[in-house]
Ligand binder design. Sequence first.
Ligand SMILES: [Zn+2]
Length: 266
Amino acid sequence: MQLPSSTLTPTRESRIDVKPFTVRLNLHGDLDFFLRSGARGRGVERSLGEKTSVKDVIEACGVPHPEVGLILVNRQPVDFRYAIANDANVEVYPVGTSYPNFKDKRLQVVRHVRFVVDGHLGKLARDLRLLGFDVAYDSQADDRQLLGIMDRENRALLTRDRRLLMHAVVNTGYCPRSQNAEEQTVEVIRRFDLVGSIAPFTRCLRCNAPLRKVPKAEVIERLEPLTKIYYERFLCCTGCEQIYWAGSHFSKLQKRLDQIRVNFAA
Ligand SMILES: [Zn+2]
């Protein structure tokens, strides 16, 4: 008796069902930042043996999905769930590129004013607060806590940990390219279209709560003798009650702010 060949070799046949195919990716803008340095400036080619979502194909190259603003597969815009099962050309654009034909196909929200910042980016967190932005930051927070606060409080996640940014629950996020805090701050302002929302010295650098103006009389007992003499205007944190005034501390901050503005204008 002869069995049909499919009964003898079922797994082999099911594998044969899916014809291997090749996906060519072209990363636009600065997205090749995420490739190994040897692979930058060239297209990426992937050989696949099974139907795969375009999101997984892109992330397998190292590009986290929150960095992707538009995907074209064979010139047609698609979303992250689009499954590729045949040879395809995939164009991947960063957020903020203008693609006039596909305005309604953007995959990311551009503007976002609330953030949660990875524990390794303390200076960036401080700079963003200095500019008046609402930034959750805890140097001890682990990945789970970062994702939790991002989700509960609808914050954009800022981290240089690409794996974390690739987590399925992340909708909005950004990986600062630079290692320098001022450059990172400028990048974040650009990425999230924040230049019109900058409001310096309105938020506590320590705890993120808004500051309010207070009469000198209200805080005078907490001031050092020289501060009492030389300063008239004071701000007080509505959260931790830290007092701010235009002392040497202030001029240092002002300088830092000026540097950020110069960078932004460049
Ligand atoms: Zn405070």
